[in-house]
Ligand binder design. Structure first.
Ligand code: SF4
Length: 338
C-alpha cells in the first residue's frame, strides 16, 4: 500500500472515531445515539477487517475514497428537470446541501412551468441533442410536491417526450394516478425498512407504505443510498424487495458530493465495505456505463452505482432557469447559475 493510501485509510478511521467520540458531529449523527453505535461498529470492523488484512488492503483500499470524476462522458441519453424548493424530509446526504446557500432563495414548487425561466430553450436543446427521455426529480425537494406535476407530464407528452420521475414516496399514494402516467420508471428511494434508521437518514420516523405503493405502481424502480446508518440493513431491504415482481431495477448508490467529501467519507467507506462483500458472494451479471456492476442478488438485478465513476451523460435543467450541459449536478449548477 502506498504512503498516500495509508494516509487515506488512517483518515477514514479517524473520522469514524471522531464521530463515535462526539468531538465533531458529522452528517446525521448529531442527535441520534444509535448512529453512534453503528459508527463504533463500523470503526471496529474497519480495524479488524481492513487494517489487519493485507489482502483486503490491496483489494479494497484504493477504491475507498476515490472520488475522482470520470470525465469521459457518453453522448446524452436523458435529461433531468431538477425542481427547487423545500423537501418533506431532510436526508443528511442530500446533494442539495452541497449548494445550500446558492439554492436557498429559489422555490418554484408553486410556479407554473410556463413561467419557468429558460424552460422552452431547454426543451429545444433536448430536441437538438436528440434527447427524448426526461426525468422529473428534485435537487433539494421532492418531485411529487410540485403543484402542476400532472399538467407538466401531460405537456411533455404532447411534445413527444417520454417521462419518468424520482421521488421519496411520501406522497405516492395520493399521486398514484400521476405517477402511472409516466411511461418511464417511477424511481422510489427506499433506504431502510426501520423507522429508527429512517429517522437517522431522513429525519422522519414514518415510512411510506411501500407494499401498497409498489404494488400499485406500473413501472417502479428502487434506489437505495447506502450509508453509515443503513449499511447493515441492505440485505434485509433487498430480501423484502425480491417479493415484488414488478421491480426490475434496483440501484445501490454511493453518496455523491462535491463540497462535503470530508464529512461524508464514512458513508463512502460503508458503501465500499458492503460492496466488497457483495462482489465476493453474488454473481456478477454485467457492467453498465463503464463502472456500474450488476449483481444477481436474491433473483433481482442490483446495480452498484458510483455516480462519479460512470460514463452515462445527461443535460440538466433547474427550475430557477439554470441550464447545464454537465452530468455532474453540483458542478454544473455552480458553473451556469446566474
Ligand atoms: S428526498 Fe431527495 S431532495 Fe429530499 S432531502 Fe432527501 S435527498 Fe434531498
Amino acid at each position: 500500500m502506498s504512503k498516500s493510501q495509508h494516509i487515506m485509510v488512517e483518515k477514514c478511521v479517524i473520522d469514524l472515531i471522531i464521530i463515535h467520540g462526539e468531538t465533531k458531529p458529522v452528517g446525521g449523527f448529531k442527535h441520534f445515539t444509535p448512529g453512534k453505535l453503528i459508527a463504533q461498529t463500523q470503526a471496529n470492523y474497519f480495524f479488524e477487517n481492513i487494517l489487519k488484512s493485507k489482502v483486503k488492503e490491496k483489494m479494497i483500499v484504493g477504491q475507498y475514497i476515490n472520488t475522482d470524476k470520470n470525465r469521459n462522458r457518453d453522448s446524452y441519453s436523458f435529461a433531468n428537470i431538477n425542481l427547487l424548493g423545500r423537501c418533506n424530509v431532510d436526508c443528511f446526504f442530500c446533494l442539495g446541501k452541497d449548494i445550500k446557500e446558492e439554492l436557498r432563495p429559489h422555490n418554484q414548487l408553486d410556479l407554473h412551468f410556463k413561467e419557468w425561466r429558460n424552460f422552452w430553450d431547454f426543451l429545444e436543446r433536448c430536441r437538438t441533442e436528440k434527447v427524448g427521455k426526461l426525468y422529473i426529480t428534485g435537487q433539494n425537494t421532492d418531485s411529487l410536491l410540485y403543484k402542476y406535476l400532472d399538467e407538466l407530464i401531460d405537456h411533455l407528452h404532447s411534445l413527444e417526450f417520454k417521462v419518468g420521475l424520482r421521488t421519496n414516496g411520501y406522497l405516492a399514494l395520493e399521486k398514484m394516478h400521476t405517477i402511472n402516467k409516466c411511461e418511464l420508471s417511477a424511481g422510489y428511494s427506499i433506504h431502510t425498512l426501520s423507522p429508527l434508521t429512517n429517522r437517522m437518514i431522513m429525519r422522519r420516523k414514518d415510512i411510506p407504505d411501500w407494499a401498497r405503493i409498489i404494488s400499485l405502481t406500473e413501472r417502479p424502480r428502487v434506489s437505495i443510498v447506502l450509508n453509515r446508518c443503513n449499511q447493515h440493513e441492505l440485505f434485509n431491504v433487498l430480501d423484502y424487495l425480491k417479493n415484488f415482481i414488478n421491480i426490475r431495477y434496483i440501484q445501490v448508490r454511493r453518496i455523491s458530493t462535491d463540497t462535503r467529501i470530508e464529512e461524508l467519507t464514512p458513508d463512502m467507506v460503508a458503501y465500499e465495505q458492503v460492496y466488497s462483500q457483495v462482489r465476493n458472494i453474488f454473481p456478477l451479471k454485467k457492467t453498465l456505463w463503464g463502472d456500474a456492476e450488476v449483481y444477481d442478488i436474491f433473483g433481482k438485478d442490483v446495480v452498484f452505482w458510483r455516480t462519479v465513476k460512470t460514463s452515462v451523460n445527461s443535460l440538466n435543467y433547474f427550475t430557477d432557469g439554470t441550464v447545464s450541459d454537465m452530468y455532474f449536478i453540483v458542478e454544473g449548477y455552480k458553473k451556469y447559475c446566474k
